[in-house]
Each structure stands twice: as structure tokens, then as C-alpha cells.
Design a protein around this ligand. Structure first.
Ligand code: GLU
Length: 477
């Protein structure tokens, strides 16, 4: 059974890179009918917060990356790590180190001054037990525990994406697996957890590739089978440096707030590294069906916000209006277009949304346009008002109002006939009437087809707005 995990450190929000790692794990698990595990790596207590744990979980839920086990927290597992440290100590595969931070710093400086790569010099490695801690429990308590790394030969990481990557063992440090305060460190906890949680494939960003040989030695020392590894290429910004806040929003939830659909983000993220022919748009089912590491490239992917927004607009066009209605409600609430919890006629909303799908790139834009349908009243854009609500348009607007008052057919089709009769009667262009009406109805000069707009607004609101426009021109006449 394939078992994979996403193991974020809660020192920030779920970001684009993390979400892509989570996605590849999730898809790999689902494709293989395996299990997807969520593990929170919160041993660094100075940087981890509960708020970030919640934020990561919120992001995972928004993207619908359902996990099968967890979330486990490493801070709940200190006893487990302790027992594995004890095992290694007992077997002579790890040792206490009493070097103080000051000593280590001095030796590091000396090494650099001598042109050597700074590395733990192994001072405590070969001390006899008695020499080091004098058999006293008290002393060993204040000591860190280091892992005995092999010092010769090479380690080969057989990576599903990159193939064989070779590391020289003499470059590997005797890393600290437990600090003197008793807290375990990343390279150790990650192995213990992956062993304990029976992880078969470790899928993570290739910023961790250098850690992998160290972790392989820890697996070996513990006597466990080494999982398979897949290190995902980095995600870069447009200037080809590592994606960061400098390139714009990197938190997944910021995209939610900007009005992106979760499926768009998933579809976009999967293409950062993975491809399937030249297909660009995938359903979740297709992703699960097609996903494999054979199609994950080695080179870094560039995050392109323009493409993301384009994809969002395509999804909005193709989405079912009822579903968009559900998604846009929080946005119209946040923009105070309706009150929180206020009911809205869903069927009417879908109809309104249908007219706006082609013109909205995000849910925020969709909500902004819905304002003129939903609000009781609209304010005019000053320029539009001056240009279109004036003496010239006054008689047409007035006539339209009168014709609509007596109209029985208030459908887009019926309205078109009313407009046509006025336009023909006065020998004017449709725009000479439609644009002023558009300003009267929406406050601005851009909207879906005017007949549809009126139909959605309904007779009562249309008349009210025409009346207001007429009065705005003639100060009450
Ligand atoms: N906690 C690590 C991180 O957030 C991930 C470790 C791993 O996947 O092995 O970078």
C-alpha cells in the first residue's frame, strides 16, 4: 500500500510551493489507491504557531486535499523520538556532545579561516563514555546528542524525478538529533515519523535534497527500509529567482480572497512541474487518473500570475451559474452588497451571474458587477453621467420610461421591441438610447446586453432608476 505525507512546518501560511507539494502527494496517493497523511512539523516552537496550523488546514480544505490520517503533530510525539534516540545511543550509533555553542562557533570560524568547510570536528565522537559524561545523568542531560555519520564513501539518492544523485559522505556532518534541551531536530524526527507512519514515498521540494543522504543514514542506523524519494523542482518567480513575496501573493488563501476558484489553483499548481501532453485544463478525476512521476520535469517551473488569472476567467465562463452563486455569496457579503446571512433568490442570482460570466475574471469582479443588479440604487460615474445623462438623452429616457410603464412584456425580447420603436421613431442609433440607459441602470458604461440587464433588474427597479435618471437631468421634472 502506497503511503505518502505532506509535512508542513507551521511557521507561515500554506503557500504556493507547499500547496503544490501537498497536491502531488495527494494525487499520487489517490492515483494508487494509497493513503495521504497530514503531519504538522512543529518542533521548532519559536517559529510554529497554532494560528498557522489552522491556516494550513484551512488552505488544504479549501483546495479539497482530503487527507486520510492526521493531522499528527510532532510536538505530541516527543516520547517516541526520545525512545529512538535512546536506541541509537545504546547501539553506539549516536553520542552525547558536550561542546558548547561558543566552542562550536569558534571552531567554525577557525575552519573558515583555514579555508575548510565548517563541519563538526568530531571531538566528542570518540570519547569514552566515562570521559564524556562521567557516568552522571545530570551531565548527559545538558548534552546534545549527535548522530554518527559515515565518514567515507558515497551515498546515492535514487530520486524518482532526478535519477541518481551522489553525495560524498565526508561532507556530511555528525548532525545533532536531539538538542541539549531535549528537543529533537528535523532530520531525525522526519525519519522517525516516516518510519512510524510507514511512508513509502517521500515527495517534497528539492530544497530538501541535501537532507536526504543524512536521512538515509538514519534509516540505515535504525534498521529500516529506505522509502523512495521524489524531489520536486523549485517554483520560481518571473525573474527566475525563487518564488517569494516579492513576486506578489504567495499564500494560497490570498488567492481565495482575490476571487480565484479552488479548482483553478489546483489546475494551475499541477502544471508547475507536471504535464500531460499539451492538455492545460483538467478535472480532478483526470488529474487522479493521469498523475505519475514519469511526467514530472526536472527543471524549475515559473509561476505566472497572468496565466493563473486567464485560467480563472476560463473556469468562470465554463462554471455552472448555480455553483458560482454559492461561491460568490461570501464576496457579495464582504462587499456589503447584501448583509451576512441575508437570503437571496438563488434562481434569480444564477440568471444574473449568467450575464456576467464572460466579463468576470475573478469572483471579486463578479461580485462587483452584481452590485448593480442587487443594490436598491446605483451611484453614477461622473464622467458617464455628464456624457450620457443630459438634455440630449432626456426625451428618449422619458419616453422609454412611459413605454415601459405600460408594457406587459418585460422580457429581454419585449424590451428590445420597445427600444427599437423609440430608436426608429426618432431616427437615432440604438447606442443613443442604450448607453444612457446603461448609465441609469449600472452607474457606468459597461455592462452585459442592456435588454438582459433590464430583465434581470425587473420592471420596478428599472422604472425607479429611469425615474432617477430623468430627475437627475431635469432636477425633478
Ligand atoms: N517540514 C518540512 C518543510 O516544511 C518538510 C519536510 C519533509 O517533507 O520532509 O519544509
Amino acid at each position: 500500500m502506497i503511503r505518502v505525507r505532506f509535512a508542513p512546518s507551521p511557521s507561515g501560511h500554506l503557500h504556493i510551493g507547499g500547496a503544490r507539494t501537498a497536491l502531488f502527494n495527494y494525487l499520487f496517493a489517490r492515483h494508487n489507491n494509497g493513503k495521504f497523511i497530514l503531519r504538522i512539523e512543529d518542533t521548532d516552537r519559536t517559529r510554529s504557531t497554532d494560528e498557522y496550523i489552522d491556516a494550513i488546514i484551512e488552505g488544504m480544505k479549501w483546495l479539497k486535499f482530503e487527507w486520510d490520517e492526521g493531522p499528527f503533530r510532532q510536538t505530541d510525539r516527543f516520547d517516541v523520538y526520545r525512545s529512538y534516540v535512546d536506541k541509537l545511543l545504546k547501539e553506539g550509533k549516536a553520542y552525547y556532545c558536550c561542546c558548547t555553542p561558543e566552542e562550536l562557533e569558534q571552531r567554525r570560524k577557525d575552519a573558515i579561516a583555514q579555508g575548510k568547510t565548517p563541519k563538526y570536528d568530531g571531538r566528542c565522537r570518540n570519547l569514552e563514555k566515562g570521559q564524556r559524561v562521567k557516568g552522571s545523568k545530570g551531565q548527559s542531560k545538558n548534552a546534545a546528542v549527535r548522530f554518527k555519520m559515515p565518514q567515507h564513501s558515497q551515498t546515492v539518492v535514487d530520486d524518482l524525478i532526478r535519477g541518481n544523485v551522489v553525495f560524498e559522505n565526508d561532507q556530511l556532518d555528525d548532525l545533532i538529533i536531539m538538542r541539549s534541551d531535549g528537543t529533537p531536530t528535523y532530520n531525525f524526527t522526519v525519519v522517525v515519523d516516516d518510519v512510524d507512519m510507514k511512508i513509502t514515498h517521500v515527495i517534497r521540494g528539492d530544497d530538501h535534497l541535501n537532507n536526504t543522504p543524512k536521512q538515509i543514514h538514519i534509516y540505515k542506523a535504525l534498521g529500516y527500509e529506505i522509502p523512495l524519494f521524489a524531489h520536486l523542482p523549485m517554483i520560481l518567480g518571473s525573474d527566475k529567482t525563487r518564488l517569494s513575496k516579492r513576486h506578489g501573493a504567495t499564500s494560497v488563501m490570498a488567492y481565495k480572497d482575490m476571487g480565484y476558484l479552488p479548482d483553478v489553483l489546483v489546475n494551475y499548481l499541477v502544471r508547475l512541474g507536471w504535464s500531460y501532453g499539451d492538455q492545460e485544463v483538467f478535472t480532478r478525476e483526470e488529474l487522479i487518473k493521469y498523475f505519475s512521476f514519469d511526467n514530472v520535469g526536472k527543471s524549475s517551473a515559473v509561476f505566472n500570475p497572468e496565466k493563473l488569472i486567464w485560467l480563472n476567467s476560463q473556469y468562470i465562463i465554463k462554471s455552472n451559474p448555480e455553483e458560482l452563486g454559492e461561491l460568490v455569496i461570501p464576496f457579495i457579503e464582504n462587499a456589503n452588497i447584501i448583509q451576512k446571512g441575508q437570503t437571496i433568490d438563488k434562481q434569480w442570482l444564477s440568471k444574473a451571474i449568467k450575464t456576467l460570466q464572460e466579463r468576470s475574471k475573478t469572483l471579486v469582479e463578479l461580485a462587483t458587477s452584481l452590485r448593480y443588479y442587487i443594490a436598491e440604487d446605483v451611484g453614477y460615474n461622473e464622467k458617464a453621467k455628464t456624457k450620457f445623462l443630459n438634455e440630449k438623452s432626456f426625451p428618449y429616457l422619458k419616453e422609454l420610461k412611459e413605454n415601459i410603464e405600460s408594457a406587459t412584456d418585460f422580457t429581454a425580447h419585449g424590451l428590445e421591441n420597445i427600444f427599437k420603436s423609440i430608436v426608429e421613431k426618432h431616427g437615432i442609433k440604438l447606442g443613443a438610447l442604450a448607453q444612457p440607459v446603461r448609465v441609469a441602470m449600472t452607474g457606468g458604461t459597461e455592462s452585459p446586453g442592456i435588454f438582459e440587464v433590464l430583465e434581470i433588474l425587473g420592471k420596478e427597479k428599472t422604472l425607479k432608476r429611469l425615474d432617477k435618471a430623468v430627475k437627475a437631468i431635469k432636477g425633478g421634472n
